[in-house]
Ligand binder design. Structure first.
Ligand SMILES: [Ca+2]
Ligand SMILES: [Ca+2]
Ligand SMILES: [Ca+2]
Length: 313
């Protein structure tokens, strides 16, 4: 009797997943980064069973995992040294070096205490939450390129290289690297990258949102020298017809690490780049039926450190 009691205490006390496995359905096989579609639900590694049956972890997921008690997420890293003990992350990637692995970090690209604090309790830390006082946001993609290869789920066109925690591409007509994202009422794309060189004075780097792979149409939040531009610009581009929707002059951005942010609500897009011109430009653009987010580089050499997508329900 005592043995049974101890076993129950250990299971309920040792197993407290930060992520529930029966909360997100995966219509279209699209799941947040780090999760995979199993039997219609997005689940972290090691999860099995039917939603709504059993209660091993005491949460609403009620899915039994395959891992042993000493490695509950089954990723090969013992609980005691796993930077995400209840989410499978064999590579232990930790972009911001705050000791929380990317897949369970409430703010994976900034490790300050204030940025990790989650004021509205929706699982997204204030520093990464586009709406830190409105519940309902979710990180559906975070990729820090720790794997050294094309990340799972990403689609690449052109010469991309992955090493040292970056994705880079060399001068060519254009290179794209995109990930499918769920269709929601609004989303925010964050990315960190650098335009290193352009070819013959022309070239740009874009962070894409609402991008359709089939016809290469979407919105680009871009910096550089688009065709015909004399001065460097930060601009919002409709990538299909290659039309600049809104723009602002900036000083030459070559070699400057830049944080990009695109906010979409319905068909309205806002673009901001930091450190410069550090202003918001807005435009209406196309809304994709099968949206992707990612990067595009045209006649330039560039590298990226990470990308994230946060959706709002
Ligand atoms: Ca883990
Ligand atoms: Ca972290
Ligand atoms: Ca939040």
């Amino acid at each position: 009797m005592r043995a049974v009691f101890c076993a129950v205490v250990c299971l309920s006390g040792c197993y407290a997943p930060a992520y529930e496995d029966c909360q997100i359905s995966c219509a279209g096989n699209v799941c947040p980064s780090g999760l995979s579609c199993v039997a219609g639900m997005c689940r972290s590694g090691g999860a099995s069973g039917v939603c709504g049956q059993g209660n091993r972890d005491g949460g609403v997921d009620a899915v039994v995992r395959d891992g042993s008690p000493s490695d509950v997420d089954g990723d090969g890293i013992p609980n005691t040294s796993d930077n995400c003990p209840t989410k499978s992350n064999a590579n232990q990637a930790d972009e911001d070096n705050d000791t929380l692995g990317d897949v369970c970090d409430p703010c994976p690209w900034s490790g300050t205490t204030a940025d990790n604090h989650d004021s509205d309790g929706d699982g997204v830390g204030d520093g990464c939450d586009p709406r830190p006082n409105v519940v309902g946001d979710r990180i559906v993609l975070f990729e820090g390129f720790a794997g050294g290869v094309l990340p799972p789920g990403a689609m690449a066109v052109g010469p991309w290289m992955f090493s040292g925690g970056t994705a880079s591409t060399v001068s060519g007509p254009q290179s794209t690297l995109v990930w499918p994202i769920p269709i929601t009422s609004a989303e925010t794309v964050f990315a960190h990258g650098t335009l290193d060189q352009v070819t013959n004075g022309k070239g740009d780097v874009e962070v894409l949102d609402a991008f359709e792979v089939a016809n290469a149409r979407g919105i680009g939040c871009s910096i550089g020298w688009p065709s015909g531009a004399v001065q460097p610009l930060m601009f919002l581009l409709d990538t299909g017809p290659n039309v600049v929707l809104s723009s602002m002059q900036m000083t030459a951005p070559l070699g400057i690490q830049t944080t990009f942010r695109i906010d979409r609500t319905a068909m309205g897009f806002q673009c901001k780049t930091i450190p410069q011109p550090n202003t918001v430009i807005v435009a209406n653009g196309p809304m994709a039926a099968s949206p992707n987010a990612g990067f595009r580089v045209r006649t330039a050499t560039a590298h990226f450190d990470w990308i994230a997508v946060v959706t709002s329900q």
